[in-house]
Design a protein around this ligand. Sequence first.
Ligand code: NAD
Ligand code: AKB
Length: 317
Amino acid sequence: MKKILVVGCAGQIGTELTLTLRKIYGADNVIASDIHLPEKCGNGPSEILDVTDRARLETVVNRYGIDAIVNLAAILSATGEKNPMLAWNVNMNGLINVLECAREHKMKQVLTPSSIAAFGPGTPLNNTPQETVLHPSTMYGITKVAGELLGDYYVNKYGLDVRGLRYPGIISNEALPGGGTTDYAVAIYYDAIKFGKYSCFVKEDTRLPMMYMPDCLKATIDLMQADFSQLKHHSDFNVGAMSFSAGDLAASIKKYIPGFEIEYKPDFRQLIADSWPNSVDDTAAREEWGWKPDYDLDAMTRDMLSVLGEKHKNGLI
Ligand code: NAD
Ligand code: AKB
């Protein structure tokens, strides 16, 4: 790949993935784009780009000679339930624009993430298999299933190299999450550092698959760099790292901040969380491209509290 366009670079994952891609491929070879100007994607070219605007996408692709697209533009689960048509428009019309543009320009690769939100009622909750029932109950999840199918369609019909992973909830300390159900697992660390307490919007026993950002970046880059000919799956890899309940998360924080207090006040996001698995079986990712996570819950908690503690001391959060 010579020129990579990151669409949705200003979000939770894009902020850090753009920097990582720039370190690997060179700052000038990674073009950062979003509907608003990215603040933290480092030096390198950037463009305002609404992914639903096909003509503008075409202009940016031609301007830089783009030959690969990482499509991170999306409306996540909680915001998507408040505005389902917006979620459909960005997640589906945005994705088809990216795929069509990549097909017409004979691009080398498209990476477009899926999510554990592709699962829903009827999916086995524990160690959820790679191939299983996909009946999501959110508009976000519906767009993720359709996105996986579309990606595989472009692989099979046009021979386009499309890849995607079903990320679990991602926990990080750079950009805040963008309106998902798993956001509590990030907010809890910020509030623990800032206030010593947190009001959690899911119940104590709510268990979900989660992943720390360094593992998310590693998984994404490893999949992007995997040998296409070795892949049996393409757009829908399960990737696991850890699985914990909100109560486990609070207990992990209490090990390092003994006075930390938590209350549970479930809201509309509880139903969404209840429809997602507890943990996933990622054997296909391990076998086809060597996936292996580095962080467990306590290792992540130590790192999150140390990074956020430092930021708080310096008045950055
Ligand atoms: P985010 O909400 O933090 O960022 C999404 C970005 O897309 C934002 O910067 C937003 O401005 C941008 N965007 C919205 N509409 C756009 C449009 N019309 N054109 C261009 N950009 C637009 O999301 P994220 O957490 O960084 O997620 C990135 C991808 O990973 C998404 O596909 C998401 O579904 C997937 N994912 C994320 C998680 C997670 O926990 N963060 C988990 C599973 C899957
Ligand atoms: C969300 O909660 O919507 C996202 C996701 C798991 O896809 N974090």
